[in-house]
Write a protein that binds this ligand. Structure first.
Ligand SMILES: Cc1cc2nc3c(=O)[nH]c(=O)nc-3n(C[C@H](O)[C@H](O)[C@H](O)COP(=O)(O)O)c2cc1C
Length: 166
């Protein structure tokens, strides 16, 4: 079984989540950063995990394009989806639903909301002003959710063992 995690990350949360998943899932995992290389071959993967983050309500363009152009392939094999964002609860779920197409969401064996971080050391001037204005935050803060990552990994490990998932 070969598993690929394909992610896009602006300031590192979604990437950090990919490495956390690699540690926790009992299988060899190849990690592909879509920002560094937009060409991706999914044919050899038996399972695909897609991770993206929200900026001004939307996930990254390359991830949106990948989900459109490779939809049929993604629907052919086990798929898992995760999102990093700073909204929580219903608003986070809404952003997840608005950004991952319904057929993929329905097909997914696991979905996860992993929280995120406002990292002022990595933001440019423009991003800092938006975050200050919209979120009312002016220093770095994190709600990166390791428990959600653990739960998501356990679901995938159960799928790999052919065990039932909740
Ligand atoms: C300019 C900017 C806009 C953002 N907009 C949103 C947003 O609309 N909704 C949200 O939940 N989080 C928003 N966030 C928070 C990010 O989703 C959060 O920083 C996440 O950890 C980013 O993950 P990444 O570093 O992997 O890209 C925003 C962050 C920045 C810097």
């Amino acid at each position: 079984m070969s598993i690929i995690i394909v992610f896009q990350s602006k300031h590192g949360s979604t990437e950090k989540a990919a490495w956390e998943l690699q540690k926790r899932i009992d299988q060899d995992i190849y990690i592909h950063d879509l920002s560094k290389n937009k060409k991706i071959n999914l044919h050899k993967a038996d399972m695909v995990i897609l991770g993206a983050s929200i900026h001004a309500g939307k996930i990254q363009k390359r991830m949106r394009t990948l989900m459109e152009t490779k939809k049929d392939q993604l629907l052919e094999k086990p798929l898992a989806l995760y999102l990093c964002c700073m909204e929580t609860g219903e608003k986070a779920r809404e952003q997840f639903e608005n950004n991952f197409p319904q057929p993929l969401r329905e097909h997914a064996v696991a979905t996860g909301l992993f929280g995120g971080a406002f990292d002022f050391t990595k933001m440019n001037f423009f991003e800092k002003s938006i975050v200050k204005k919209v979120a009312g935050v002016s220093e770095s803060v994190s709600n990166f959710d390791e428990n959600a990552i653990e739960k998501f990994s356990q679901t995938i490990n159960a799928v790999l063992k052919g065990q039932p998932t909740d």
